[in-house]
Design a protein around this ligand. Structure first.
Ligand SMILES: [Zn+2]
Ligand SMILES: [Zn+2]
Length: 391
């Protein structure tokens, strides 16, 4: 199924899909009005897409088997029957977030938003998170409010957590807290954790302590909550308070483990810890990494000791160049062909220095590198990361 931009209208392009035809020339009246949660005082009128374009069809990842069995024709029929909502979900699956939001905008303008189901809303919220570093907060708010307003669906905890992340990225911490307080159910750990992360990014110590206390009560054994609070103290120059958090950790019998990263090469997992020299190809790995760091320095790289997340011990912080993720990347580079993407997994959050270094490595080596850490997926490509430097 293809979706074509077929009208030459300068401001209100007309889209058509088989069996459907609609355009954006309808009066735009999508201001969502007032919501106590969002006090930015602005209307949330979606931005029109002004440039003519074609949205090409996307395969449905859930229908790969159908495609194999029935061929293109069967697939096309199945895809067509799913309609706009199915297209939105598929676009989001393939990370074509802007196109997904454009389709939702079209759906709203033609009055079809009442039929949007929970899975489509999940996809739309994902799209907004994916685009949030590019200023898509307003679209996220519109989608969030549209759930109960148009589809009579109650936003679930995951939708609240996503909204808190969106608000947090913009530094709207009070609004994020208000959203938590206004939730018609007990706030979940994900909601408080999203607020805590926002407090770390924006160095809001008081609110960060508040969110951390909530999490300590709900998840007393979860190390990462203490670590984030510790990092907030350290980034605010409150090392003495940070030391108290470490003391509390010790009393609970929790301790920082050596950070560890896995990379799969030729279907074999390879494990690295910081400063690791146990790998059979250790000499080559360190040679590649040292050369890489020289190239990075030429391009302006400088180690970021002061901005490390203290997910790792002090000794590990001193061995910045040889963090487990850098060693894993170096091994991936020497053991795979040029341009092969690298996939890493680790249980700790990536530190700021490794995050910056890997962005630069994707430029130098022209590789894509995906790191799944304790916080999220980081998809590094062309010198930037999908997280928008927010994790
Ligand atoms: Zn690191
Ligand atoms: Zn990232």
């Amino acid at each position: 199924m293809e979706l074509h931009l077929s009208a030459p209208s300068r401001f209100f392009p007309v889209f058509s899909v088989p069996g459907l035809s609609f355009n954006l020339s309808k009066p735009r009246s999508l201001c969502i009005g007032s919501c106590s949660c969002f006090s930015r005082g602005q209307s949330l009128i979606p931005k029109p897409q002004l440039n003519p374009k074609t949205i090409t069809p996307v395969p449905d990842p859930r229908e790969e088997e159908v495609e194999e069995e029935d061929g293109d024709e069967g697939f096309q029929e199945a895809a067509a029957s799913q309609g706009i909502c199915g297209q939105i979900e598929k676009l989001v699956f393939f990370k074509r977030y802007k196109e997904a939001l454009e389709l939702f905008e079209i759906l709203q303008l033609r009055g079809g938003r009442g039929g949007v189901g929970a899975s489509t809303y999940d996809s739309l919220v994902t799209a907004c998170i994916g685009l949030s570093y590019s200023g898509f907060l307003d679209e996220g708010i519109e989608i969030f409010e549209s759930m109960s307003r148009d589809s009579k669906m109650k936003p679930r905890a995951m939708h609240y957590a996503c909204m808190i992340e969106l608000l947090g990225r913009e530094g709207l911490l009070d609004e994020a807290l208000e959203l938590i307080r206004d939730a018609p159910f007990s706030p979940t750990t994900n909601m408080w954790a999203a607020l805590l992360t926002a407090c770390r990014i924006h160095k809001n110590l008081e609110l960060g302590k508040f969110a951390a206390e909530k999490l300590f009560g709900m998840e007393p054994e979860k190390l990462s909550n203490y670590i984030v609070l510790l990092n907030i103290y350290n980034s605010c120059g409150r090392a003495a308070d940070g030391a108290k958090v470490l003391e509390a950790l010790k009393k609970k019998g929790l301790r920082l483990l050596p950070a560890c990263t896995w990379i799969e090469v030729k279907k074999q997992p390879h494990r690295f810890i910081f400063g690791d020299k146990s790998h059979p190809e250790s000499i080559k790995i360190y040679e590649r990494l040292d050369n890489l760091i020289k190239e990075m320095v030429k391009q302006g790289y400088a180690p970021m000791e002061k901005h490390l997340l203290p997910d790792v011990g002090q000794h590990e912080q001193r061995m910045l160049n040889y963090h487990s993720e850098k060693l894993a990347v170096a091994y991936g580079l020497i053991s795979t062909q040029d341009y092969t993407p690298l996939h890493l997994v680790q249980g700790h959050r990536i530190c700021s220095d490794c995050h910056s270094a890997i962005k630069l490595i994707t430029v130098i080596t022209k590789r894509e590198i995906v790191v799944r850490d304790a916080s999220r997926f980081h998809h590094f490509k062309h010198g930037s990361c999908s997280c928008g430097d927010y994790w």
